[in-house]
Design a binder for this molecule. Sequence first.
Ligand code: ATP
Length: 240
Amino acid sequence: MLELNNVEVTYSDVILALKGVTMNVREGQCVALLGGNGAGKSTTLKAISGTLKSEDGAVTAGSVLLNGVPVHNILASDVVRHGLIHVMEGRRVLRHMTAEQNLIVGGHMVSDAAEMRRRLDHVYKLMPRLADLKARTAGFMSGGEQQLLLIGRAVMARPKIIAIDEPSLGLAPLMIRDVFDVLRRLKEEGTTFFLVEQNSAAALGIADYCYVMENGRIVLDGPADKMAKNEDIKEFYLGV
Ligand code: ATP
């Protein structure tokens, strides 16, 4: 479904952040990209979702294909039309709107009221906590609740693939478990995931396949269950 072939990303014409990254995500899979600070994980996501331009970055070599269609260096809004939603790092909720209004924004392409209701109900069934908080101003929700809201907002668009950046960042262990439970259920419903994480234990618990990145390059890849069992890999690359 998603294919990166020898992708090189350069910021401001001089900073080489990705140096020939090749990855594959099959339909229905959860593929995790792991690595430490500054490895290039977020840059990889931005190369996929068309959001490099706002940071003076560009894919300067290689290609990103979504269902066979080249999407590198096209507008972010066009990448969304191809079925990919990028849940960015940093809990970017619409702070002055209610949780439900945030969800409705996520489904803004839906013109039929009954369909909008169905999608909201689907999100509330998946995350009953959001149903309880639907009238709450998003800016007053906890970090974990905001993360759930962002996932819900992505789900409202019925994406084929969700690319999500560090969903566990700054969350307490119990909340991380809740967030990953929701991702697991969405995967069971058939959503494909590209998951960027520093929390390798959480990511390996849900991923089918895993890539490890260092200094803008993929240094290791393999099935997540094999990675999780290999003590050397865990110690040297994953910090588990
Ligand atoms: P973290 O987990 O800390 O977010 P990361 O693995 O997501 O790290 P990136 O944010 O992709 O890493 O950064 C990769 C490299 O690209 C770093 O050296 C970083 O300094 C550089 N970089 C990232 N964004 C920009 C930018 N807008 N302009 C210039 N350089 C950038």
